[in-house]
Design a protein around this ligand. Structure first.
Ligand code: HEC
Ligand code: HEC
Ligand code: HEC
Ligand code: HEC
Ligand code: HEC
Length: 439
């Protein structure tokens, strides 16, 4: 992905939702993750409900996670519907191969499928056995996991006690970043790299010292994997990420409140903003500000993953002594999008062959990213005119803000009702005060 300093055309997506980007691609298949004919039987896999009988804690956490949400997600479904239309259903397995590996390999995903017709195990999305029946990894992207439907339950307990329900097997694969790579690194059919947290991690300071995805995204705690079992070091199955699920009813109100706190906690570790400002400025002169954003994550970019969907940006507001705004950038305009003279966008954009911004990855020719590499900084210089300021001192506030989706993107997908549920999270904030002097 090419780096990009400033991303223009914030909200104007070229939609072209109906112009059919192709349609002759019925040969699109992959023997591992998008087979022509089923390679596994859907009934070889147990429902998460069954696992919950003994692993109640793991079940309860998973049920609130993005992995359980992967097939219920209305944004995912809206994208899939448009791709189905664009390719007359002939590429339907592509988007489903990670969101439901069992359903895709088990033959439930056929051209032109409808979500309402899918089997319960397919709708469980990234369910327990799509991870715990993984025997090996064929490639670190695009659903590269090899599933072993009749195999044991694999995990990182070295000497598990016997279970009447399943055989268990120690699997070092499950303890490392490579395990997550199979689904978290994503390339379009065109080869365009869309998501690459694992590739970022491979080059990162975290990888050098052996810090894995699980260390941050599946925090350890002491407990029992089964009632009456030995006390062990267990791993959280909540996979907190970019925000709270937009689908109402997926989480109870209480779960949502807990989730929101966890999201804020994760984001608080993500980045830090600092203001460099002079201690005073002469009224009427230009106030020169240096704004630095540091990615505090040692393992991958900020932001990472689905960066073309996410919004991360810097907001800077300068007020005079009476609280009147003298300068602002990165504040939300009437349509709810960050705007201003120089809004520093930290995410990425997809553009088509003519360089116009597109929403759908399958229309993109290039992926331009402004994300910050692990432990690196991005600097922004701002020149603020002070002529309109009243009395001093000037107060400067800089914030790094994050949002799972742009409201404009949701509206372009016909999901207006969810735009109202989007939440802006403050990742970091810095304040500075500048005295005003008379000439
Ligand atoms: C390689 C596996 C893989 C494939 C193939 C894949 N996805 Fe995903 N998808 C993911 C992962 C992993 C995430 C979470 C990434 C993140 O949050 O940064 C995700 C997240 C998303 C989200 C955001 C969900 C939310 O509510 O936050 C949408 C929408 C989505 N995918 C749509 C699609 C569409 C459309 C396709 C087909 C073009 C597709 N995906 C193909 C793995 C995949
Ligand atoms: C009848 C009870 C029971 C059921 C049902 C059950 N398990 Fe287990 N599971 C166990 C026991 C007992 C252990 C060993 C726990 C220990 O040693 O602390 C275990 C261990 C595991 C491990 C760790 C294996 C390792 O070596 O690291 C995984 C993973 C696992 N189970 C997944 C599942 C999944 C997924 C399901 C549902 C398909 C499931 N279990 C259903 C009883 C059960
Ligand atoms: C040192 C801790 C740490 C490690 C290790 C780590 N992450 Fe993260 N990750 C974070 C933090 C903090 C965030 C929140 C910032 C963000 O969303 O970009 C995050 C966010 C994410 C997100 C959500 C991105 C989004 O905005 O949609 C995904 C997906 C993710 N990480 C995947 C991974 C994968 C895969 C690995 C291993 C290759 C990994 N992470 C390793 C700390 C870590
Ligand atoms: C996205 C993949 C994924 C899904 C889905 C998943 N797990 Fe796990 N699970 C893991 C990984 C990875 C580990 C080991 C983490 C480590 O050692 O760093 C693990 C560990 C476990 C363990 C061993 C004890 C522990 O906490 O380390 C049990 C038991 C378990 N999972 C049960 C379940 C059950 C039950 C479900 C569904 C309700 C489930 N898992 C869903 C990836 C997954
Ligand atoms: C079988 C595929 C698969 C595997 C394996 C997998 N994931 Fe995911 N993951 C997904 C998908 C798909 C999503 C997005 C679902 C949605 O929101 O629509 C996701 C979402 C997430 C999120 C939430 C991101 C957000 O922005 O909210 C985190 C965090 C995450 N995964 C971490 C991990 C880690 C860590 C591992 C490895 C231990 C892992 N995943 C393994 C498919 C997978």
């Amino acid at each position: 992905m090419k780096p990009l300093r400033l991303i223009p055309a914030l909200i104007s997506f070229v939609c072209g939702c109906a112009d059919g980007a192709g349609g002759s691609d019925d040969l699109l298949f992959d023997p591992l993750s998008m087979p022509r004919t089923p390679t596994v039987g859907l009934d070889s896999f147990a429902s998460a409900d069954d696992c919950g009988l003994c692993h109640q804690g793991h079940y309860d956490e998973w049920a609130t996670s993005a992995h359980a949400y992967a097939m219920k997600d209305p944004v995912f479904r809206a994208f899939v519907a448009i791709r189905q239309e664009n390719y007359a259903g002939k590429q339907d397995k592509f988007c489903l191969q990670c969101h439901s590996p069992i359903g895709t390999r088990g033959g439930d995903i056929v051209a032109g499928f409808e979500f309402a017709d899918l089997q319960p195990i397919t709708l469980e999305g990234v369910t327990c056995e799509s991870c715990h029946k993984v025997a090996s990894l064929a490639r670190p992207y695009n659903s590269g996991h090899v599933l072993d439907p009749d195999g044991p339950m694999r995990g990182t307990i070295a000497a598990p006690i016997p279970s009447s329900f399943h055989e268990s097997q120690f699997s070092p694969l499950h303890g490392g970043s490579g395990f997550c790579a199979g689904c978290h690194d994503l390339r379009e059919v065109s080869g365009l790299v869309l998501e690459r947290p694992y590739a970022e991690w491979q080059q990162s300071p975290a990888a050098e010292i052996g810090v894995q995805c699980q260390d941050c995204h599946m925090p350890r705690y002491e407990g029992q994997a089964v009632p009456g079992g030995p006390t062990r070091t267990l791993h959280r199955h909540t996979w907190i990420g970019a925000g709270i699920p937009l689908l109402e009813g997926f989480l109870t109100e209480d779960e949502e409140a807990v989730h929101r706190v966890e999201v804020e906690r994760l984001l608080a570790d993500a980045a830090r903003v600092d203001i460099a400002a002079p201690s005073s400025v002469v009224t009427g002169d230009t106030l020169e500000l240096g704004i630095t954003v540091k990615n505090n994550i040692s393992a991958h970019n900020f932001p990472t993953g689905s960066t073309f969907n996410r919004q991360a940006w810097v907001e800077v507001v300068v007020r005079d002594g009476d609280g009147r705004v003298v300068f602002a950038t990165g504040t939300l305009d009437a349509s709810g999008e960050p705007h201003g003279p120089e809004p520093l966008l930290l995410g990425s954009v997809l553009v088509d062959a003519r360089g116009q911004r597109v929403l759908f990855p399958w229309r993109a020719a290039e992926h331009l990213s402004n994300a910050i590499e692990p432990l690196r900084e991005r600097a922004l210089r701002l020149s603020v005119a002070t002529a309109s300021a009243g009395r001093g001192p000037l107060s400067v506030e800089a914030r790094v803000l994050f949002r799972a989706f742009s409201p404009a993107a949701l509206r372009a997908l016909g999901l207006d009702e969810y735009a109202a549920r989007l939440e802006v999270h403050e990742v970091s904030r810095d304040l500075a005060s500048v005295e005003l002097r008379r000439r």
